[in-house]
Design a protein around this ligand. Sequence first.
Ligand code: SAM
Length: 269
Amino acid sequence: MKISRGKKNSMLDKMHDHFLHIAPRYKELRTTDLGPLLHITNKIKNLQNIQAADIGCGTGRYSLKFVEQLGEKCHLFCVDNNEEMLHHLKEDFAKHNITNFTPIHSDSHRIPLQTDSLDCVMSFNAIHHFPLPDFLRESSRILKNNGKLFVYTRLRDQNAKTIWGMHFPSFTKKESRLYELEELKSAFEKDPNLNINSVKLFEHNRVYPLERLVEQAKNHHYSTFRLYKRHEFKDALHKFVQNILNHYNDLDKITWKDQNTLLVVENRQ
Ligand SMILES: C[S@@+](CC[C@H](N)C(=O)[O-])C[C@H]1O[C@@H](n2cnc3c(N)ncnc32)[C@H](O)[C@@H]1O
């Protein structure tokens, strides 16, 4: 379906507003997975001096772990188009006494970094917010020859297997921005410089009390919830709780398995 420019801009404004409001609580509301981050740092840890960028870094929960893993031999450019998310990133980095980073308030497809300057570009849970071909072109431009691009995301079919996809009414229908693997592959194939090296699946066993799930949804920890009208969200949340009561006995231990995908991509010019 073709989306008109007006509709596209109003969606972008809605998302900007969403991240502006959620910024103070974002890190606490989301679950950070160490597996993909360690996979990335392992791939580049033998480099002497690492210049890297995290695009759509948000409040920097993955950026922080990246810098902690690699220490002083890396410099990280933390790029996001939301000033409030970056504000909280800077606060958090200061709290951890980390100084080898540069916050950059910028769009994913117009990054003020030099051509051919980075060893690594990564993006966590954000690629579905970007204009994809433009982001790929920009990543390839700023990466050195043989530099690596890492994209960590939830695919559309993986979204359907989350607790929200299984039990929250209309969640998968509303979330039409996520990609299927084939769509991502075909976007990379169209870029002459970017070659997918590997596709790695991550599985995470989740155990949460229902109370925490309701808190997450009420605070719109996934931007998908912003796509519901107010009354629609209220009804859907009510039905979600009913669905959980019907499916689980121990409401302190709601269990499911989340899946995510990491694309490891090489830049060859
Ligand atoms: C779902 S959050 C993920 C944040 C972070 N990577 C994480 O996993 O915690 C998506 C982030 O992408 C940012 N974003 C969305 N569209 C963007 C764009 N076109 N350019 C740069 N950042 C963007 C948002 O402001 C938000 O901080």
